[in-house]
Design a binder for this molecule. Structure first.
Ligand SMILES: Cc1cc2nc3c(=O)[nH]c(=O)nc-3n(C[C@H](O)[C@H](O)[C@H](O)COP(=O)(O)OP(=O)(O)OC[C@H]3O[C@@H](n4cnc5c(N)ncnc54)[C@H](O)[C@@H]3O)c2cc1C
Ligand SMILES: *[C@@H]1O[C@H](CO)[C@@H](O)[C@H](O)[C@H]1NC(C)=O
Length: 612
């Protein structure tokens, strides 16, 4: 048995080394970071980059690749391919680039729609290096206060408050202080976090090696011998939490980043990864989320490609041999064909397979099997509020709040999602509160005297489905009344903690799953596209849900590949670029990371010498 393990690992090792050394040119051999230029504050100049409307004339000649959807996944794949000197065209249906990373500004208030905070961006982390390389170091991050999250469980007299601190050791120590009777449980959970974080590359690796090999490793049991992650990913978060502790409050802490799936049906590994993500700090893009697409677009343009908006792709064009060769874009009443040898879809597997493929190909069993493995996830409801007051006046800051009615998350979710449409708004069991303007020091300069708050909770798409055929902003009074019932309850709940908000409120907008459909192209208004349940993370599904598809030259990128999150979707983009290029860019990035670390060490040594 061990011989076999050794042989297989050896072969994989030799194979990848060979592939790397003699494979194609690499996009990440040279460090492309430049000193950051001053932030572009002129909205017109920003729009020139982020809001270039699609026309036939703006399509670059002889394209090397087309990417459908300008979310972080698509932009990462596009920039990676572009950095090989290739021309990539990103097509976006909305009127600005960015997907979940776009922002909207109304009445002087700016809100980000799908980025509240990101982790794992400390110096020379893998994620930071990728972000730096695809933006040439122009994207800057602000590190939030070490107290980045507060969790409040229960209401009224009964409520308990816990605080989450970042820090390599401090996060764990700080939790132990708050749960003195559960020190062992906290320690165990942090061990799981460590294994999860260290060994996740094995899981991603399943998508890079041939599927038959991945399935062989899993089914033969060899994978389990290599690492416990293959088992951990399939174990329920509630089951693991039950083993660790009977303290229900602590169980909430182990799963507080809610994403619409009760912990019982969630993967313990994914929940552990979520907390781990912020262990070394929580960050916010300096200048807001739209800085991300702004800087990546420039890199794509540098190599002859572009990012065009108001460019809804209606079809992927497939030839008689079953290979994709282009897309059809709707321009007014017209359909414009754009061709390229590589087509990357970053608009999710449901949109791609159910809407963009020709019907005869959709019907193929290989495609149906891919669809059967996953289902659309829960929708979100967001309340965007604007205040004419400073953060100091309102008593707000960068710490986020997660609020739960009680400490039984499984029951809370089951009960809420099974409510009738009419009962739901008055029975919301959990919410998240964040203050975007308080997280970004440039907000004071960009939007003086204004502060904003975003509240988020999860909802069923079905509650809003009856209005799905109405048009945005004209959905009618009954829709407005219905969504305002949610919004008012959420806002009242927030005012219990921030009583000064109410009288300074001057702007409010509410986003429902239908808003996600319209602005984010989200299938059934899902917040994170496919549901992040145990079935999705079943180890064989992990191996089978790949970037390549049954349609030759068509590849899947973004959050449906591995997981949601800015980091998750970015990896979806890197995995996709690796498969589309036939070159594992992870190896280049890994070597670059080593190189940068050595450079830093040399610089530090030189500095120390100078100081002496
Ligand atoms: C409310 C909210 C809060 C979040 N908060 C955080 C957070 O704090 N931290 C974090 O890490 N993650 C967060 N996330 C998750 C994260 O933003 C997403 O998982 C990630 O950005 C998804 O990236 P993506 O590239 O896969 O897809 P998306 O960003 O969804 O991009 C898909 C793009 O495809 C476009 N599109 C769809 N159909 C078509 C078509 N036919 N033609 C052309 N274009 C099309 C869409 O308009 C969209 O721009 C949040 C998400 C939401 C919704
Ligand atoms: C924000 O305010 C809360 C409540 O006063 C406090 O607990 C928290 O530490 C503050 N956060 C920051 C970043 O100052």
């Amino acid at each position: 048995m061990w011989l076999l393990v050794f042989l297989v690992s050896f072969l994989i090792g030799v194979g990848t080394t060979f592939w790397y050394l003699f494979g194609r040119q690499s996009p990440f051999t040279v460090d492309s970071v430049r000193d950051p230029e001053p932030m572009e504050l002129d909205q017109k100049k920003r729009d020139k980059v982020l809001k270039q409307g699609f026309t036939r004339e703006k399509v670059p000649q002889s394209l090397d690749a087309i990417v459908i959807g300008s979310g972080i996944g698509g932009m990462t794949a596009a920039a990676t391919i572009a950095k090989l000197g290739k021309r990539v065209l990103v097509l976006e249906q909305h009127d600005q680039a960015g997907g979940c990373c776009h922002t909207f500004t109304e009445k002087g208030f700016e809100f980000d729609v799908g980025l509240h905070y990101i982790g794992q961006l400390h110096e020379n982390s893998f994620f930071r290096i990728v972000m730096d390389q695809i933006t040439e170091g122009q994207l800057q991050f602000v590190e939030l206060d070490k107290h980045f999250d507060t969790i409040i469980i229960g209401t009224g007299e009964e409520q308990r408050k816990y605080t989450i601190y970042m820090g390599k050791t401090e996060m764990e120590e700080h939790l132990k202080k708050q749960f003195p009777n559960d020190v062992k449980a906290v320690e165990e959970f942090f061990k799981i976090m460590k294994i999860s974080a260290r060994k996740t590359p094995f899981l991603a690796g399943l998508k890079l090696i041939p599927q038959w090999l991945a399935l062989f490793l899993l089914r033969s049991g060899i994978a389990d011998l290599l690492s416990p992650v293959f088992r951990l990913i399939g174990s329920s978060a509630t089951e693991v939490a039950d083993i660790l502790t009977s303290n229900k409050d602590l169980q909430i802490i182990f799963a507080y980043f809610f994403y619409g799936v009760p912990p019982r049906d969630s993967s313990s590994l994914i929940n552990a990864l979520l907390l781990h993500h912020y262990k070394r700090g929580a960050y916010y893009p300096r200048g807001g989320a739209s800085e991300i697409p702004f800087h990546i677009t420039k890199v794509i343009q540098k190599y002859g490609g572009n990012v065009l908006v108001r460019a809804p792709v209606t079809r992927v064009l497939v030839d008689s041999k079953g290979a994709a060769y282009g897309v059809s874009v709707k321009k007014g009443q017209e359909e414009v064909e754009v061709r390229a040898p590589i087509i990357i879809s970053n608009c999710g597997i449901f949109n791609t397979f159910k809407r963009l493929l020709p019907p005869e190909i959709q019907a193929k069993p290989e495609i149906q099997k891919r669809l059967d493995m996953m289902k659309p996830g829960q929708g979100s409801l967001l309340v965007f509020s604007g205040f004419d007051a400073t953060a100091e006046e309102l008593g707000i800051n960068s710490t986020n709040l997660w609020l739960f009615n009680n400490n039984d998350m499984d029951a809370m979710m089951d009960d809420f999602f099974s409510l009738e449409k009419d009962e739901a708004p008055d029975n919301i069991p959990m919410m998240f509160i964040t203050f975007p303007s308080a997280k970004d020091p440039t907000s004071k300069i960009r939007h003086p005297g204004k502060t904003c708050m975003t509240i988020m909770t999860m909802v069923n798409y079905e509650w809003f489905e009856e209005w799905k055929d109405t048009t945005v902003k004209k959905r009618g009074d009954d829709y407005m009344d219905y969504k305002m019932r949610f919004a008012n309850n959420l806002f009242d709940w927030a005012c219990m903690y921030f009583p000064k908000l109410r009288e300074k409120l001057v702007f409010q907008e509410v986003a429902t799953p239908l808003t996600n459909v319209h602005f984010l192209g989200a299938y059934r208004g899902a917040m994170y596209s496919a549901e992040h349940n145990l079935e999705r993370f079943h180890i064989e599904v992990m191996a089978k849900n790949r970037c390549d598809t049954p349609v030759k030259n068509l590849f899947i990128s973004g959050q449906d590949v591995f997981s949601c999150g800015i980091a998750g979707a970015l990896h979806g983009g890197l995995l996709c670029a690796s498969i589309a290029l036939g070159h594992i860019v992870y190896i280049d990035l890994f070597l670059l990371k080593k190189k940068l670390k050595r450079r830093k060490a040399r610089e530090m040594a030189a500095l120390a010498k100078k100081l002496q």
